[in-house]
Design a binder for this molecule. Structure first.
Ligand code: SF4
Length: 375
């Protein structure tokens, strides 16, 4: 059995470690590219959301490399994610591919059921093997998050444009190759050192602002927030323009909230829901409510702007987008929405980012002049 799965940012490092440690043979699809998107768009329904299209491209590329089993997460709720598995299975079968698909539904406390589904992928394993594999995968996931955050902090201060991104790439490779938890820890330390060494230690060395770089929060649908190929590397581009970027979601948070807490039947964090309440008080599927809640949180933390990322036709993000102008007006924070589909262009995204960063800086200067502060 050769197992594959779809990409979502650097999640592949965690999933690969988990499955391989449980004895499975894994085929990681090539990183998403124009070819991936073009395959996915050709074979998916036109109005399917972008993540489904890129996933189809990932699966086709992995099946071409010899994968015969697809693992994917199931979902519940008002958006289309719950139908993804079946739709993808039908598309791939219609194309003539022979494969088995294992859809791992949200655990909702049914531990035995999840273990049965995972057992279909990796065969029988003693419990201690599962515990060891989960610990290694967890260590890698945490290291990936830490390194991504360190890269976000380093970019506005890097001496050479692109140095932080290339240090991040080398560090992630070390984490991916680490064979045990102590090696993961060493890889993390080495990676953090690499990311420190690319920065200019001179005070005020930020590329854009001599006092302190502007801070922009990224919110939106989890897939487009985490997958740099589909969001045209928004995070890297902003960082290289001299902006300090923070994301509302990292892989570890997503797994803790949506897999671990669901698995253990623990109460999920209510904070984004409470913050969103004056503007949106119903669950709308996906991450719509979180998008609003995190925008409120960034405004309260004094961020200079927020960018919402959404796939074209994503219902939960359309609802959030409708609400965000009120948040922006009430809390005085500039908010921009970027919507992505297969027709989005690199230049279009770059132009909008540059214009938004200029706007954010102007609004920050006005605010600081009004408050009598520098920067
Ligand atoms: S959250 Fe949006 S993009 Fe994701 S499956 Fe639902 S509708 Fe599609």
């Amino acid at each position: 059995m050769k197992i594959t799965f779809a990409h979502m940012g650097n999640l592949y490092i965690t999933v690969k470690a988990l499955l391989e440690d449980l004895g499975a043979e894994v085929v990681v699809p090539p990183m998403p590219s124009k070819r991936t998107l073009s395959i996915g768009s050709r074979y998916s329904p036109e109005f399917a959301c972008l993540p489904l299209k890129v996933n189809i491209g990932n699966y086709v590329e992995a099946l071409e490399l010899g994968a015969d089993t697809i693992a994917m997460a199931g979902g519940v709720g008002p958006c289309r994610f719950g139908m993804y598995g079946e739709v993808q299975r039908e598309i791939l079968k219609a194309l003539g591919y022979e494969f088995d698909m294992v859809i791992i539904e949200p655990p909702q406390g049914r531990i035995r059921h999840v273990l049965e589904q995972v057992g279909r992928l990796v065969g029988r394993n003693p419990m201690r093997k599962y515990v060891g594999a989960v610990r290694l995968a967890w260590a890698k996931m945490t290291a990936v998050d830490e390194l991504e955050k360190a890269a976000q902090r380093a970019r506005p201060f890097e001496r050479r444009r692109g140095a932080a991104t290339s240090a991040l790439g080398s560090a992630l490779k070390l984490v991916d190759e680490a064979a045990g938890i102590s090696q993961v820890r060493r890889a993390l330390e080495e990676g953090q050192e690499m990311l420190r060494s690319v920065q200019d230690p001179t005070p005020g060395a930020s590329r854009r602002n001599p006092e302190s770089p502007p801070r922009i929060g990224i919110v939106g649908e989890v897939y487009v927030v985490l997958e740099p190929f589909v969001n045209f590397e928004v995070e890297r581009r902003l960082g290289e323009m001299g902006v300090l970027v923070e994301r509302s979601i990292y892989i570890g948070d997503w797994v803790k909230e949506h897999v671990f807490k669901d698995f253990m039947r623990l109460r999920k964090s209510r904070r984004p829901y409470d913050l969103a309440k004056p503007y949106l008080c119903h669950f709308v599927g996906g991450h719509g409510v979180e998008t609003v809640g995190h925008t409120v949180e960034y405004a309260r933390r004094g961020f200079d702007g927020v960018i919402q990322l959404a796939p074209f036709t994503c219902m939960p993000e359309i609802v959030a987008q409708d609400v965000l102008p009120a948040v922006s007006r009430d809390l005085g924070i500039p908010v921009m929405t970027l919507v992505f589909d297969e027709h989005s262009s690199d230049t279009g995204v770059l132009t909008r980012l540059e214009a938004f960063v200029d706007l954010v800086e102007r609004s920050r200067r006005r605010r600081r002049a009004r408050d009598g502060t520098m920067g």
